[in-house]
Design a protein around this ligand. Structure first.
Ligand SMILES: [Zn+2]
Length: 290
């Protein structure tokens, strides 16, 4: 972590990342910080590609751009504006509406909305840091909009499974996942992927007993004081800021990401850029239908 990147004011941010070259150099360092390796053939040697900052493998001749194979892949926005939008999204508690992004960057609202969905994609849990210790698991519902007939949307209730890691009388970390269908499988996968196998799990008896009828011994009352507060804040965040949403899972990812990093706000910008560089490209369809 570069100390200079912590808590940048907007003026400082634009001094560091105000041009395409500054941003590309930053990405170049992130992508090849431990040396060049061709994804095509594994070769470590390269020569300069035809465009600035491109690297061409000396064995298979494949050209690698700084952004290829990442969430910035084929990003048609000037890279300094992509950085600026990321900065605005991560530093705004409300995630910065796409209309505001459009106003600040001069880009079209739809372009900004799509880029914002990419940033939310990078906020998805990587399943590397499972919840541990005392963990409460429960289900709740969120009203969302669903595309019905052409040009029509209808309001439906979608189930969400939530895991809360209790520490110091509060919710230290949380994960949640929307479940449009297959509740049983979804909940089992959620527990396998997001909860440490040694965690002491407590579940909401009323909701989850039906899914774990053979494992009644692991069911105890969850801490309602903590979990109700978390559910309340998730629902308030979704309804209060976005109204009823269509892309519920993207907003849930954003909510959990921010909650789990509320003590390290200064590092979020660099963390998100790093995640976007490590994330595989996400085509338009994957962003709007996920
Ligand atoms: Zn190669």
């Amino acid at each position: 972590m570069l100390k200079s990147l912590k808590s940048l004011t907007q003026k400082e941010f634009l001094r560091y990342f105000g041009t395409d070259l500054q941003c590309t150099e930053f990405l170049e360092n992130l992508k090849w910080q431990s040396g060049f390796c061709c994804h095509n053939c594994g070769n470590h040697k390269y020569c300069q590609g035809s465009k600035e900052k491109d690297r061409q493998c000396t064995r298979c001749r494949k050209i690698h751009s700084v952004t290829s194979g990442t969430l910035f892949h084929k990003c048609k926005i000037p890279i300094h504006l992509a950085f600026y939008m990321t900065y605005l999204i991560v530093t705004d508690k409300k995630g910065c509406a796409s209309t505001l992004l459009a106003e600040r960057t001069g880009l079209q609202q739809k372009t900004c909305w799509l880029f914002r969905m990419k940033v939310f994609k990078a906020m998805e849990s990587t399943d590397r840091h499972s919840l541990e210790g005392e963990v409460d698991i429960l289900c709740f519902t969120v009203d969302k909009l669903k595309n019905a007939k052409v040009g029509e949307r209808k309001k439906i209730k979608e189930k969400v499974v939530l895991g809360v890691e209790e520490k110091g009388g509060g919710a230290a970390r949380i994960y949640c996942k929307s479940m449009p269908y297959k509740y049983n499988t979804n909940i089992r996968n959620f527990i396998n992927n997001k909860i440490n196998s040694e965690a002491h799990i407590k579940m909401d008896k009323k909701v989850l007993a039906v899914y774990f009828s053979k494992n009644r011994d692991i069911m105890e009352n969850i801490n309602l004081r903590i979990t109700n507060r978390v559910v309340d804040s998730i629902q308030k965040r979704i309804y209060g800021r976005y109204g009823y949403v269509i892309h519920l899972s993207a907003y849930l990812s954003e909510t959990c990401y921010r909650h789990n990093r509320h003590r390290m706000k200064a590092e979020i910008f660099e963390d998100i850029i790093t995640r976007m560089m490590k994330h595989e490209p996400s085509p338009y369809k994957a962003l709007i239908y996920s």
